[in-house]
Design a protein around this ligand. Structure first.
Ligand SMILES: *Cc1c(COP(=O)(O)O)cnc(C)c1O
Length: 496
């Protein structure tokens, strides 16, 4: 029987997996969640003998039950191929007392590639399955990494167009260069004079615009979302936690059924939610350690039970985590409310009107598996420096936030459970912050001189993704105001 998906805000709207992937967001503004979380269909012994692609199939088939075996395997094999610069796809590196799960070996060297290299295939397969004739227009707000990964995934994919909004001045120079040089006739990149939350709210408003949806349909278009609210992104992210666990077991690092902790540098709460789903599938995970930067809404939430976005938005050196509204948290709220769409809607309405909400004590108890903390800018720089000096391993700024929080967790709890740290970006993506954390003197160098220096001192090859943009032509120069996002989209699509 098919696993159906429900909206977090309306118990009555159910759709199949392929329909949920096509729609992105439910009509009522809620997120799609599986009506129950399936169990892992293989033992750890079995998983430990599988390739990444085989683990992906084993995990994803439980969630995407309306895909045939051939369809799903084709999606997986088209996604996890030589676009990744390592056959393992997601290698584990042991350093400084933890296991770094490197999720940055894809086309755009951030963990977003793990999901966004498969999403276009899931999306076009879903369109076929549902007899969709319109072109799919992917609309995305990005804090830096999603945008490029989505552009790379959808560029020149037939039957699709993609529009990406990013906060002008709110992403790293390398991130911006990666996006504005994107090739493909179906790609559009726009800087907005605003921050990521404004970009995300603008995109949500466009999605919710019924009149525009009608105009689009008349012109042969329909929107979908590549943001991490799409279950077509969430499900592929569960895979690497299962894979990492199986690898630890295969390598004799853990015993059968031994529990591990998972540490995740968090922004929109997508990556850590995938780990939570993995745990709910039966993967032996003890603590889910949620690491924030100075935008520590989630830390405050886990410690007090109040989610409050009314605060100063801070630009940090981990920009992909500069977020005050973590969209995917809604899926967790829904679950700890006992899959209660009404209760969840009430809280989300409060978030919308007052910018905050409180959860009940009962709900708070169900968060016992989570631990939240944050890393300041100084702590983040310091740990990059220390890990490099002690081990020679260079981590990026986001991963460094996780390393800081992991240290705090160990000091606070004396818990020595083996831990996997999600390493979410290559240090080459945030070269200036990484290199000046190692030594201030590097600040004098240009962006690409820094790249070469990082390669030298870290003894790692410059990734393809960086070589590609060294001399690439800037193709996207549009900048718009937040209020003008809708008109900008209409302009691209030739709608009046
Ligand atoms: C997107 C991103 C994050 C945050 O992931 P979420 O799923 O939004 O919590 C962390 N690090 C990097 C490098 C990212 O690109």
């Amino acid at each position: 029987m098919d696993l159906l998906y429900k909206s977090t805000r309306n118990a009555n709207e159910t759709v199949t997996a392929s329909q949920a992937i096509l729609k992105g967001l439910a009509d009522d503004g809620g997120l799609f969640v599986p009506s129950s979380i399936p169990k892992l269909g293989a033992t750890v012994e079995e998983l430990s003998k599988m390739s990444y692609q085989e683990v992906a199939y084993t995990v994803m088939k439980e969630f995407l039950t309306d895909f045939t075996e051939d369809e799903l395997k084709a999606c997986i094999n088209n996604a996890y191929d030589s676009k990744f610069d390592t056959e393992e796809i997601a290698p584990l590196v042991k350093a400084d007392g933890a296991y770094y799960l490197e999720l940055f070996h894809g086309a755009t060297i951030a963990f977003k590639d793990m999901a966004l290299s498969i999403l276009p295939h899931l999306m076009t397969t879903s369109a076929k399955k549902n007899n969709v004739k319109n072109d799919i227009v992917i609309l995305t707000a990005t804090s830096g990494d999603t945008g490029k990964a989505a552009l790379a995934g959808f560029a020149d994919v037939k039957g699709t167009k993609i529009v990406v909004f990013y906060p002008k001045g709110g992403v790293s120079p390398i991130q911006e260069k990666q996006m504005v040089t994107q090739k493909g006739d179906n790609t559009f990149v726009v800087g907005i004079n605003g921050n990521f939350d404004q970009a995300q709210s603008g995109v949500k408003a466009i999605f919710g615009d019924k009149e525009l949806a009608k105009e689009m349909d008349d012109a042969g278009f329909q929107f979908s979302s590549a943001n991490s609210i799409n279950i077509g992104r969430l499900v592929p992210q569960i895979v690497y936690y299962v894979y990492a666990y199986a690898k630890l077991f295969a390598n004799g690092e853990i015993k059968k059924d031994e529990k591990i902790n998972v540490v995740v540098p968090t922004g929109n709460f997508g990556n850590i939610l995938a780990a939570y789903y993995a745990k709910n599938m039966g993967l032996p995970i003890a603590k889910l350690i949620c690491a924030s930067n100075d935008n520590k809404v989630l830390y405050d939430f886990f410690t007090t039970g109040t989610y409050d976005k009314n605060r100063q938005f801070v630009l940090t050196m981990s920009p992909s985590m500069d977020i005050l509204i973590s969209s995917n948290l809604e899926r967790l709220i829904y679950r700890i409310a006992g899959d209660d769409a009404e209760k969840n809607s009430e809280l989300m309405k409060k978030l919308n009107t007052e910018g905050k909400y409180d959860i009940t004590d009962d709900m708070k108890e169900k968060l016992a598996d989570f631990y939240g903390n944050y890393g300041t800018e100084a702590e983040t720089a310091k740990i990059i420096n220390e890990i490099y000096k002690e081990t020679g391993y260079i981590i990026d700024t986001h991963t460094a936030v996780a390393a800081v929080v992991y240290d705090k967790y160990k000091k606070e709890t004396n818990d020595d459970t083996k831990s996997v740290i999600a390493s979410t970006a290559s240090p080459f993506k945030f070269t200036r912050s990484v290199m000046t954390s190692i030594d201030k003197k590097y600040d004098e160098l240009g962006d690409f001189e820094l790249v070469d220096e990082l390669s030298k001192i870290g003894n790692v090859k410059v990734p393809n993704a960086i070589e590609e943009i060294r001399n690439a032509e800037v193709r996207h120069k549009t900048v718009c105001e937040v209020d003008d996002m809708k008109n900008t989209v209409k302009g691209f699509l030739g709608l009046k």
